[in-house]
Design a protein around this ligand. Structure first.
Ligand code: BG6
Length: 295
C-alpha cells in the first residue's frame, strides 16, 4: 500500500498535530498541545503515547517493539478484532485478529476551540466495517464502532478488545480496584472459572485473567508514581488483566526480558461468551475513557 505523507500533511493539517514517518517508514502523527502530548499510527490505528498535561506518558511501550507492517506494535493500545487471543479454529491466523496489523484509513482530524483533538480512522475486515474515533484532551477517549458491510446481511459475531498497556513504577507495588466482585477465567490455571476475590488485585506472579460481567470503573493505583489511572467504559462486559512476569517475557521476541516490572495491561473487551452479535443496519459501540490523577 502506498502512503502519501505530503497529502496527509496538506489535507489533514491542524495546529498542534504533526505528521511524520518513523525510523521504520510507518506513518504516524504527534500531538503536542496545552492539554496533552500523544502519538498514533495508521498501522493498527495504534495509539503509542498519551501524556496528559503534567504527566509522563501513561501508556507503556516496549523498547523491543517491532515496527513493521506485518507485526503488531508492542505497547500503547492495540485493537484486538475480530477475535481475541488465538483464533478459535485456525492457529495459523494471527493472535488477536487483523485490526492491529493492518493499515487504517484516516477519515478526519479536527481540533475544537477548547483544544480537544478528534481523530477518526476506518477500516474493513470482512464482513465488518470499523470506525475508530479517538479524542485527545486531558482524558483519552476511544470509541470503536463496528457494523456489517452492506453486502453482508447475515448477523455475525465478533470479539473485540482495546488492549491498553499502562506504564507503572513497579508491578510489585501497584493495585487494581474495581474487579473485586467479578468472577474470572484464569488463563494461567487451565482457564478455570474462579470466584470473585473480594479484594483489590495485587501482583506476585504471571496474571492473565478475563473478568466476567466486569462493567464497572477500574482504578490502577500506583503509589510509586503518586498516580491513579481511572478507566471507565461503556458496552463492555469483560476486563482483561495481563502481566507476563519472567518466563513469558523471555519467550516474546518483541518484549524486553526485564520490562514486565514496568507495565500492566487493563483491557476493555467483549470476548468469549460476551462476544457481540451485530445485525445488518446496527452499529455496536465500545467506549473507553482513561484519566490520570496525581495523589
Ligand atoms: C492478552 C492475553 O490480552 O494479550 C494474553 O490475555 C496474551 O494471553 C497477551 O499473551 C499478549 O498477546 P500478543 O498476541 O500481543 O502476544
Amino acid at each position: 500500500m502506498h502512503f502519501d505523507l505530503a497529502k496527509l500533511c496538506s489535507e489533514h493539517s491542524v495546529e498542534g498535530l504533526r505528521w511524520s514517518t518513523d525510523n521504520h517508514g510507518l506513518i504516524r502523527f504527534v500531538i503536542e498541545s496545552e492539554r496533552c502530548d500523544a502519538e498514533m499510527y495508521l498501522h493498527g490505528a495504534h495509539i503509542t503515547k498519551f501524556a496528559p498535561k503534567g504527566h509522563k506518558s501513561i501508556l507503556w511501550m516496549s523498547s523491543q517493539s517491532i515496527f513493521h507492517l506485518d507485526k503488531p506494535i508492542r505497547g500503547g493500545v492495540p485493537i484486538c478484532f475480530p477475535w481475541f487471543g488465538p483464533h478459535p479454529v485456525d492457529s495459523s491466523l494471527p493472535s488477536h485478529g487483523w485490526a492491529r496489523i493492518q493499515t487504517w484509513d484516516l477519515k478526519s482530524v479536527t481540533k475544537t476551540p477548547a483544544g480537544v483533538f478528534s481523530v477518526e480512522m476506518t477500516t474493513t475486515i470482512k464482513p465488518f466495517k470499523l470506525r475508530y474515533v479517538v479524542n485527545f484532551s486531558e482524558t483519552l477517549e476511544m470509541l470503536l464502532y463496528v457494523s456489517l458491510l452492506d453486502t453482508h446481511p447475515t448477523a455475525t459475531y465478533f470479539e473485540e478488545a482495546l488492549h491498553s498497556y499502562f506504564a507503572v513504577s513497579s508491578i510489585h507495588d501497584i493495585q487494581i480496584l474495581g474487579l473485586e466482585n467479578a468472577q474470572f477465567i484464569d488463563k494461567v490455571d487451565s482457564a478455570r472459572l474462579k470466584e470473585p476475590a473480594k479484594r483489590e488485585l495485587l501482583f506476585s506472579g504471571e496474571i492473565d485473567r478475563v473478568y466476567l460481567d466486569a462493567t464497572s470503573e477500574t482504578q490502577l493505583v500506583d503509589p510509586g508514581l503518586s498516580r491513579t489511572i481511572k478507566i471507565t467504559k461503556r458496552n463492555s462486559s469483560n476486563t482483561v488483566v495481563w502481566n507476563p512476569w519472567i518466563e513469558k517475557s523471555r519467550r516474546m521476541p518483541d518484549f524486553g526480558d526485564d520490562e514486565w516490572t514496568k507495565m500492566v495491561c487493563i483491557e476493555t473487551a467483549n470476548v468469549l461468551d460476551h462476544k457481540i452479535l451485530v445485525s445488518a443496519g446496527e452499529e455496536h459501540l465500545l467506549a473507553v475513557q482513561v484519566e490520570a490523577f496525581h495523589h
